[in-house]
Design a protein around this ligand. Sequence first.
Ligand code: PMV
Length: 331
Amino acid sequence: MITSTVISRLQMACDVVEIGVNMTGKGYGKTILFGEHFVVYGLPAIAGAIGSMTTADVEESNEYQLVDERPATPSYKKEKYDEQVESNKLIFDACGIKIDKVSLKITLGGDLVAASGVGASAASATAIARALNDHFGLGYSEDKINDIAYEGEKGYHGKPSGLDNTVSVFGGLIWFIKNLEGGCNTFEKLNMPKPVEIVLGNTGITSSTKEVVSDVKKKMDEKPDRFSDIFAQYERVVNKARIALIAGDLNDVGRLMDINHGLLQDILVSGRENDFLVEVAKDNGALGAKLTGTGRGGLVQALTPGVKLQDKVAKAIEAEGYTAYKTTIGV
Ligand code: PMV
């Protein structure tokens, strides 16, 4: 239904002609299996969408309003609030809509827990971009939605690699290489023989991606030789991981995840709680475990094929007083 009020508001806001009302957009959460931080420097990463997502409902209202009803790690929403405001402005700008000229209520929801490491910012940027696309009848392609979600990510990350938004938009298991020249990134869907259960353990600590990424850069500038050696080791790991995932060799995937975690410790992005939860997962039979996402808090992930092992590892993490989420990758 298109009302004249809506049309005149729309004409002020952007130059499109068709719209819908009360639209809902969705964006997947994700887990990085291999390559957080390394991906920023043009090395390949592998990430998978998980079975939880963020939704964004857009409806007409008296004024612009953002209502955040996502389940979240306690400190997350407060700590990310300013970045979220900036991100939403960037999303509207990328759609050619002036945020201060629209009277829309955007309600964020869904079952993805907003926490560091699960792609919460990308999932919400994707969901909002999709909802605006439908609400204003913008007719954007999936690639364009991905571009807009990337703009939204900049509000949180400064200079994101583009990995999170790509997985959030396209889903599945993605092999991703950032184009350091600024052109199109390379990404490809990988097929695993069958989906596999994982556990995400939440340290409960919210970290700033912007700060941790810039700290890594500083450390790399101080010790370029050391970093180039670590980067070379990582590249061997991710290339083997790609082969192991496609072959369904989960023992090898787990072994490579452990090595990747060690390399993340070497570049100083793991934290005490990350290392502890990795140890709990491994002691309880996980085939591999590592931090996922920014690190220094946020989440860890454990490879736990079969619901029995998945339950065991999740319970062990919970027994230590942390929250665990059971999900699947490769769907
Ligand atoms: O914490 P997350 O889920 O937003 O992941 C950040 C991943 C980094 O590689 C550290 C940054 C990036 O832009 O890829």
